[in-house]
Design a protein around this ligand. Sequence first.
Ligand code: SF4
Length: 104
Amino acid sequence: MANQSRRDFMRHSLLGLAALPLGVGVLSKRAFAQDLPPLDPESAQAKALGYVETAADASDNPAYADGETCANCMFFQADSQGCQLFPQNSVAPRGWCQSWTAKA
Ligand code: SF4
């Protein structure tokens, strides 16, 4: 009985240790993502794609359609508010740019 408990303890401890790097990786990635500076709509990259922080402000852009926002774009990463097209910055969930693509 005591051997069984010791075995269970060792197994759970080893599983916990094995999962530790994964947890640390997830946490550090999230912490890093939260440090991303917001994309400046006046920057050259943002202007090249017609990025705006409020989607409705793009209503005069022929590529824009009602309801399109970063939050429902396939390039948006909700956990970090990042965008795959602007990997150095976060974007506004209510923003938009002309590369908007519906989530699959
Ligand atoms: S690609 Fe999508 S998530 Fe990125 S800025 Fe444009 S609309 Fe927003």
